[in-house]
Design a protein around this ligand. Structure first.
Ligand code: PLP
Length: 384
């Protein structure tokens, strides 16, 4: 192992949103989706060199970054991306919001998976657009999008299908035939697709592959906006560098118009970090995935041994979507917070009987959290 993921990194008092929330309290923060690992040394060194240069004017995406990203798409997905398709953004959520505002009119609606990462729901609300919930259901122990159940809900005014692959929460990696069914649905209903693929580098289940929606066919490319970022993969989310890939010139033009004067350009340090991460971070990434896989296995084993809790296999992401509906409580988030574990409330994602646990942390923190959760559930059930 060239990198030590088992080195504890102190994040208290470092302006971390995740750790600040429970500062001074005996609560372990396993909520918001950033990891507790240091970024790859190559990223840290590149940032240090750039800071030492000392001038921080406006930046632009360098030809090197564009080239590295295009190579990455070719090597990983056999997807030929053209440089002019790329629109750099200071975050991925703004790409979701821009897609809703730029690619639908006020009379048109959106469709999004449910449960889902909360900004998907907010993006429609904030833009005053309707949203049809496409249920994500359990099938053979996987959380998958149920488009048959979505069909009868449509009014005919929907224009934009928001997708999340890998799915957050749930950790699903969609297979080619599932993506083709999503494409068929988009074609039949004449929809543009915005595919959030921020977790595409975080595949934990061996043998699975990430397939960008837009790489399915020329038609998929022409009707889609793909959103990707190095932020989750290399733990540089606080710097903010994301990429929208928009092959269709008309959609791209509308997207760029919608951002004008509102969305700032990407921070120059974020460009430096993104370039170093994509260029020199892949050995580090492979080792991070090994550590995450072992954490995932631990979470699977321990959670499923706790009475009242259930967790399906997590194929990707570092988030566990835990079903607490068998516990005799109405608010599992508050219950586990009281027990010293700060999780994300399932209600934020659309199901109050669930909690989401971020396992991208030091193993000892995870072990402690799982122990606290077990004790809380066992004690509760003993008093019933
Ligand atoms: C599916 C998904 N999209 C987007 C984001 C966040 O993107 P950003 O912080 O770049 O706006 C997250 C973070 O958890 C996520 O899980």
């Amino acid at each position: 192992m060239a990198f030590n993921f088992d080195q504890y990194v102190e994040r208290r008092h470092t302006d971390s949103d995740k750790w600040h929330k429970y500062e001074g309290k005996e609560i372990l923060p396993l909520w918001v989706a950033d990891s507790d690992f240091k970024s790859p040394p190559a990223v840290i060194e590149a940032l240090q060199a750039r800071v030492a240069q000392g001038v921080f004017g406006y930046g632009y995406p360098s030809p090197e970054l564009i080239d590295i990203f295009i190579q990455r798409m070719k090597q990983r997905y056999n997807w030929e991306v053209q440089p002019e398709w790329l629109v750099f953004l200071p975050g991925l959520v703004c790409g979701l919001n821009l897609s809703v505002r730029a690619l639908t009119t006020p009379e048109q609606g959106t469709i999004a998976p449910h449960p889902i990462y909360p900004p998907f729901m907010k993006s429609a609300r904030l833009a005053n657009r309707t949203q049809v919930s496409a249920p994500v259901k359990l099938q053979n122990k996987r959380w998958v999008l149920d488009l048959d159940a979505t069909e009868p809900q449509l009014s005919g005014h929907e224009k934009l299908l928001l997708l999340c692959n890998p799915q957050n929460p749930g950790g699903t990696v969609y297979r080619r035939e599932e993506l083709l069914a999503q494409l068929d649905f988009a074609q039949r209903h004449n929809l543009v697709v915005c595919s959030d693929e921020i977790h595409c580098d975080l595949l934990l289940e061996q043998g699975l592959e990430h397939i960008p929606f837009a790489s399915l066919s020329e038609d998929a490319a022409q009707r889609s906006v793909t959103l990707m970022a190095p932020s989750k993969t290399f733990n540089i989310a606080g710097l903010g560098a994301s990429i929208a890939i928009i092959p269709n010139a008309t959609l791209r033009h509308r997207f760029i118009e919608a951002r004008m004067g509102i969305v700032p350009s990407v921070d120059i340090l974020a460009y430096v970090a993104a370039t170093a991460a994509y260029k020199d971070g892949d050995v580090w990434l492979a080792e991070q995935l090994d550590y995450l896989r072992a954490n995932r296995d631990l979470v699977m084993e321990k959670i499923n041994a706790i009475p009242g809790l259930k967790l399906m296999p997590v194929e990707a992401t570092y988030m566990a979507w835990i079903d607490a509906s068998a516990l005799p409580i109405t608010n599992p988030h508050a219950f586990f917070e009281e027990a010293g574990v700060g999780l994300s409330p399932g209600s934020d994602f659309g199901n109050p009987h669930f909690v989401r646990l971020n396992f991208a942390c030091h193993r000892s923190v995870l072990e402690q959290a799982l122990e606290r959760m077990k004790k809380a559930a066992v004690d509760l059930l003993a008093t019933e």
